[in-house]
Structures are given as C-alpha cells and as structure tokens.
Design a protein around this ligand. Sequence first.
Ligand code: 9GP
Length: 806
Amino acid sequence: MVLDKEVFKEELKQRLRENYAMELEDASEHEIFYALGALVKARYSDAWRDTWKYYVDKHKKQVYYFSIEFLPGRMLKSNLLNLGLLDTAREALTDLGIDLDSLAEVEKDMALGNGGLGRLASCFMDSIASCGLPGNGNGIRYDYGLFKQRFVDGYQVELPDEWLQSGNIWEIRRESKAVDVRVGGHVYLAEAMEGKLKPVYENERILRAVPYDTGMVGYENNVVNTLRLWSVEIPDSEEDKYQSIQGRRELEDLTAVLYPDDSNEHGRLIRLTQEYFFVSAGIQSIIRHYKKRVQKPISNLSEYISIHINDTHPALCVPEMMRILVDEEDLSWEQAWDITGKVMSYTNHTIMAEALEKWSIDLMKRTLPRMYQIIEEIDARYVQTMRELHPHDLVERTRIIRNGQVHMAHLSIIGSHSTNGVAKLHSDLLKSVVLHDFYIIYPDRFNNKTNGIAQRRWSQIVNEPMSSVLDETIGKTWRKDPGDLKLLMNYQSDQAVLDKLAEAKKINKQVLADYILETTEIEVSTDAIFDVQIKRLHAYKRQLLNLLHIIKLYQDLKENPDLDMQKRVFIFGAKAAPSYHYAKVIIKCINEAANLINNDSDIKDRIKIVFLPNYNVSLAEKIIPAADVSEQISLASKEASGTSNMKLMLNGAITLATLDGANVEIRDAVGDDNIYIFGLTEKEVYEYYENQEYSAQQLYDENPIIRRVLNAFIDGTIPNIVYEGREIFDSLIKYNDEYFLLRDFDSYVKAQEEIGKAYGDQSFWQKMSLINIANGGRFSSDETVRRYAEDIWKIEPKDSFVTEKG
Ligand code: 9GP
C-alpha cells in the first residue's frame, strides 16, 4: 500500500480532530495511539470487506480455526508492516516529533492465551492471511487476559490484566451476528413429526454470544481475514431471570477470565461451559453463513467448510456439529456423522497426561445435557463398529466414555479425519506411545505438521538492526520469503558481515540491558553471554536444571575466585499457573538465588540472574533479539514442539538443547556443529520408565558436585527458602526426580562449559550465529499453514486478487 508521508500526517491530525476534538499538540500519547489505530484500521477496512466478499462470490472453501487461546500481543506495528506502512508511519511520526516505538507501547498486549498454544494460533492467523488462504479464527473474548505477574519477596503475585480498560481499537462488535447458546437444564427426546425423535429442553439457561471481529491483515497482499471472539451477554428474553447483581455477575463471569482455576469444581464448571460456549456460537454462525451466503445443500458442507480443533478444548465441535445437523437440519445420524468427520481435524499439542482433558460424566451431564447424550451415542456406535474389527481391549481403551469420564482427545480423534502432532518427534511419539491404540485403528489419520512462527514479526518487527544487515547483505527478498535467509550461508566466512551482525546483537543487548536496569535495578554487562530461558514455568521444562547449573557456577567461583570463565547473565521469563504450587516454589528459589548471587561482591558481576517479571509477547520481543544462548532443556519426549526455540535461532541465538520437540529439527537444519545437544534421548527416557532403575539418591550419594549443589537448597546457602528449598530437595531425592534433572546434570554442565569456550572465540561464535539465522527460514509458519491447507483443510489460496482500490 502506498501512502504519502504528508498525507499520513494530515490523516492522523484529522483523526484526532474527529475522534477527540483536539489538535496534535494537545493530544496525549494515548490519544495519538488511538487516532493512529483508527487510521490503520480504516486503511484495511475495504480489503477486509472485499476479502470476505471474494470468498463468498468465489465459493471458496474456508477453514475455521477453533482455539480457546489466541495470543496476538500488540498489533500496531504488525498491521503497519503487513500494510506496507511501517516506514511511512515511522517517518511521518518522527516529523511530528513522535517516536513510533514508544507510541506502540501504549497498546495493551492482547494476552488471551497462556503460552505456546495461543501464540501458535496467532502466528497461524498471520500466516493464513499472508498466504492468501481463506481462514478465520474462532475463540473467546476474555475480559481479562492472562494475569499480570509481579514478584513480592521473590514470590509470584498475580494481578488482573484489564486489557480492555481503554477499549480495543482493532475489534468491531457485531451485535447483529449474535447467537444464543443453551446450557444446563434437562433434555429429553420426544416424538415429533413423522415419528422422529426431537430433543425437548427444560429449565435451560440461554446465553447470548456476541462476536467481536478483528481483521487479520495479510502481508502486502490485500487479504484481511477475520478473528472472531465471542463474549457472553444476557439475552433480552432472559432479563427477568437475572435481577440480582450476583446472578448477572455469575453469567457475565463466563467469559471474564482465561483458564479459570480448574483445581476446584466451580472452576471446572466455568471452563467446560466456556468450551461449549465458543464452540456452539462458532458453529452456529458458520452454519448460518453457509445457508445464507454459500446457499448449497447442507449435505455439501464439507466441500466448503473445514473446522480445526486446536488441542482438545474445542473438542465439543464434534457433538455440536452433530446436534445441529441432526436436531436442526434433520439429517440422519449416518449422514451427519459422515459430514462431521470430513469437516473436522484435530491437532494434539501435548503428551502430558494431565493436559489431555477429561470431564466427569456427572459434570458433563449437568452442564451440557444434550452434548452428553450425543457423545454417548457416538461412543456406543464407535464400540459397535469397532468390535467387529478389533480386539475387545483395544476398543475399550479407545472409547470416549471410560471409567466415569469423557475423554476429549478420544472424541477429537474419532470425530475427525486428521490428527496431527506439532513436531516430527512428537508426532512419532503420538503414533508409537501416547495414541498408539488409535494409530492401530486409524493409521491414515495420523500426520505431522511441525510448528512454525510468524517470521516477519520475529525478525523484521522485533529486530530492526539485524534486518538492516540482512537487507544490505542478501537483499530484501527474505522479508517476503523467509526461505531466502539461506542466502546468508554464502557469508559465513565474511568477517565484515559477521562483525555487522555482532554489532546488531550488541545494540539489542544494550536495549535489553537498559530495560533490565529500569525494571529490576540490576546492572548487566553487554559483554556477558545473555543466556535465555523464556517459557511457561513447568517442571518438565526444567528451569530448575538451569538453576542447579547456576548454583554450581556460583559455588565454583566462591571456591576459586580466579576461575577462568565467561561472564554470564542468566535471563528468565516465566509465569506459573496460579494453582501450580511447585512451579511457584521454583520461581521463589530462582529469585532468592538471584538476590544472593547478584549481590555477592566475590562474584564481581561474573554471574547475574535476571528474572524479568510478567513475561508476555511484548517482553519476548525485547528479550529474543538480545539472546546469545537459547535454553531448550525440557526432558526429552515432554515438549511437544516449542516455538521460542525457533524465534531465538532466527535471531542468532545458539540453541542449548535436549533432543526434544522441534529441537531435533533445529539440529537437522543447522547441523551438529552449530547447536549444543545434551542429555537423555527420548528412547533412554522410556527405557528408564520401563526398567525402573533410576535412582536420584544414588546420583546424589556418588556425585559430590550434585550433592553440594542440592545441599545449597537446605543448608542456608540460598537464604529465605527454608520451606521451598526443602521442597525442591525432596522432589529431587525423596520423590526420585521425576524429570531426570540429576541424570542430565553432568552433560548439561559440560555443554555449558563448551558454550563458554566457544563464546571466547568470537569469530567462531559469530559464524554459528549466522548459520542459525540463515536456517531459520525453515520454521516459518507460512510454510506450516500451507501444509495444513494442502494436506488437511484442502483449501486453496486466492489467485492474484486485488481490492477495488488496488
Ligand atoms: O507444550 C506445547 C508446546 O511444546 C508447543 O510448542 C505448543 C504449540 O504447539 O503447544 C504447547 N501445548 C500446550 O500449550 C497445551 O497442550
């Protein structure tokens, strides 16, 4: 999109006059941000309407990506970039004395997700639009995003994230598209016309689902897709039932928070209702659109519609589609089942048993009675069909309803035509272990789609210094086609290029160092290795292993102050789920170790620990470009894929990793010499599970270094962790170290030593870094969504399509 700088300035001033009745000189940053947002939105509104019309007119098959999480972060710069307006906006604002980067900080992070799952969904939204694919998101418009994290005395404290307080410039409320969702009460089947059985609802609650649409702007292609997020309201017809404020609150709370604490019954009830709410609203609106706009017989639905179940949270898509097709569209069960299976596809994102959702029959029956009836029928028919083909045990193990619970992964697999994992290793493990029974039954349904990242955001937007060097060195084609980053491989021995990349890294490190000082009052040197571990806090991700190594370094330095080692800054960013006690204990221990080490004058700044609070997309954007080392140290087999690993390598960080998730593919991409691999392999982990020979106590008894490190948690070396230190110690020794930290400790330490040495040889390091950047293109989510589009959704990109305005 071409827009003259002067016109841009005039438009901005005009918006301020119209929206706020004020001149630029008098406007606050906040007002300028909203005026700019309105300007940007107006720039893509024609393309948004035209894209929608194009899909309708051309009868394009569309995919609807159902996800309970979306984590877009801030959208201003990404929209400007995709519209081709980033440079113009920057220059125009500079002329007006405004810094775009600080203006962009006004925008609240749209944090409607916990971590990788939600961020992946947002990367996909960007890529689907950028590849010109007809695809839309469907989720929940939570009033509060993921909690804001503060540290008080080293403990995590959670504060509400009121991201909507000042409004959301990007969304459009579409009241006319609202639908009603029925929950609770009783449902029984009664004979209706022609002897058919129809459900009769009694005492149910009706929830009004109101959609808020956000344009998903494609990269310089005039495509704007839609992310539709649903919010709950009280329908007029139900007003009488909600006369007390408490009653209203209870209902409105349904879409108030992301992942309400489901450690208690009330939390679980809200969660399940949330899942049904956005599924039912989404499918109803798809069917309405299909009937009104596509105007084909309902039996042809799968030729025009594809629905993706992102993790099990939207698994109710299967029974809800059946409900609509059978109860409302009067199709036979068999016809409806055939269509549903063709429309639905499912991605599994985890092998952690606790994350594979199950709901008690009782809760499901009480909350969603019609859904339960349909699931029961699906289960009964599944058993009936499969009994003829497979052994009794296998069929029993794969049933949807088992041991008093409804298994949502089983429902997703049985009710869809495709199940994929998110990295090669993970997909293989699904087939061989986690979902092996299903693989026997449906071998053709299983496939792999390795995750990817929205590379434009994670290079062009977040790392301008590096992007300029890339432009100068290999031209600009990589900006549109990240595969062209490969061209950089021709410069691996070009010292001038290596120096320029190193300079860019230094600039980014300084920006981060300033931010660290400002937020934590910790001073760090940009000469130190910036060693980064950023992800949700979870025992399997092993932030604790990182800490054990830091304690070892600390003890080494205390013992031998002249020890020859590289300066290091260990940077953590991680939130722990509010009810995840052990994760919170780890946070406290890292913070207390930081206090101890950062303030120990013997250490002379050779080690610093920085735990940056409130890790979110915007903070990731600051940390990633400045990282030297990317810690991807989960126990092999546990991390389905990981995506921070991809973002960090793209920004030239060297990966220190176990052979887990997508780390395996990163190693394949960069080669063994440009990555540091350590620890047990997934096979060895499974061998331990089988032979039960692992003894953490033995490692503690026999390895004096491990002993010294662990004792630091209980002997007062790390202060203020009397209870937490004991808990950590016991988890490793008394409870035999579930995630094999002690088993991997030695090889981790060794890999860290090698990293230290390699960093000492800067040309060597810079070359490794360049090779990582050059091979980052492989993990573009553009490629990932293209594979989903071709193999699973069977949707096609638009042909060269230009809006009326051109
Ligand atoms: O834990 C996985 C992470 O490895 C993966 O990168 C991400 C996106 O596929 O999904 C995470 N899974 C979840 O958040 C819950 O299943």
